[in-house]
Design a protein around this ligand. Structure first.
Ligand code: NAP
Length: 270
């Protein structure tokens, strides 16, 4: 049995929850962090899993969760920055508060977790930081402009960070899931709508059902947790890992911008 510890953000559902279970099954100590651990009735009963409160938009809660994990398990080997959600709709319908919350959660929250864990990993001269970006961190779809802004930011941040952390034995990994069947497309989604703004209605009515269907018909989050586990344990310097992307990123590399965009339009604006 490995005597190793992983801290995961957003473990209450979807990919984060599947990841907590994946590590637990292999004997890891798991700090399954979430905003509302009092609502979780199953994970905390499993041997090796400890529920810890962590809201990525609160620096105090990040510091406290990391300190508690180190105290309880003696260290943190792997951090999985998974917490996040989608802000969806026409940009013109957004409010500054919605935009701020989207970036506070998906980007600044993730950065704050990384900053908080770095002194510990640097001191140990070891650690793996796994950032859950998205296939949407390298390509875009209609009505997801702000979400893409956050995930492209996570991609650039993660790739750039690798240069300075390599010297301390800390590796940064980027996970790029395709459409996965989780609460992402349901209770977690924040929809941009503005009273009286009808100019985008027909576009929204064409694109939204197709985007939703991709999620509903997507593979389960376990295919992503398997890839996250591989990224944590393969010992390689590989940076990017995909799950459920069906060759779309390969196509992106092959095609010029205009042609690729027309493929996306044809698929989503049917
Ligand atoms: N599903 C997909 O198709 C897909 C594709 C690519 C990438 N992703 C990424 O995968 C990650 C996980 O999403 P999912 O698909 O598993 O969706 P999900 O089932 O909705 O899970 C999202 C998780 O993030 C948590 N969360 C939201 N805001 C938080 C905050 N401020 N602090 C801490 N936790 C917070 C949620 O907690 P609560 O229970 O408290 O709301 C929940 O545990 C996200 O980063 C998402 O962008 C998903």
């Amino acid at each position: 049995m490995p005597n190793k510890t992983v801290l995961i953000t957003g473990s209450s559902s979807g990919i984060g929850r599947a990841t907590a279970l994946r590590f637990q099954q292999t004997g890891w100590s798991v700090a399954a962090t979430m905003r509302s651990p009092e609502k979780e009735t199953e994970l905390g009963k499993l041997a090796g899993i400890t529920l810890i409160r962590l809201d990525v938009t609160s620096e105090d809660s990040i510091e406290a969760a990391i300190a508690e994990t180190i105290k309880r398990f003696g260290g943190i080997d792997v951090v999985v920055n998974n917490a996040g959600y989608g802000l969806v709709g026409p940009f013109e319908a957004s409010t500054p508060e919605q935009i701020r919350r989207q970036f506070e959660t998906n980007v600044f929250g993730l950065m704050n977790v990384v900053r908080a864990v770095l002194p510990h990993m640097r001191e140990r001269r070891a650690g793996v930081i796994i950032n859950v970006a998205s296939m949407g961190g390298r390509i875009t779809f209609p009505l997801y402009s702000l979400y893409h802004g956050t995930k492209w930011a996570v991609e650039g941040f993660s790739e750039g960070l690798q240069f300075e952390l390599e010297q301390f034995g800390i590796r940064v990994k980027i996970i790029e899931p395709g459409a996965i069947k989780t609460d992402f497309y349901d209770r977690s989604m924040d929809v941009m709508k503005k009273a009286g703004l009808v100019a985008y209605d027909s576009f929204v009515n064409r694109a939204m059902p197709n985007m939703q269907r991709a999620g509903e018909n997507g593979p389960p989050p376990s295919i992503v947790s398997e890839v996250i586990f591989k990224a944590a344990t393969d010992g390689s310097n590989r940076m990017r890992y995909q799950a459920g992307t069906n060759g779309v990123l390969f196509l992106r590399r092959l095609l010029p911008d205009g042609l690729f965009m027309s493929v996306i339009k044809r698929a989503v604006l049917k």
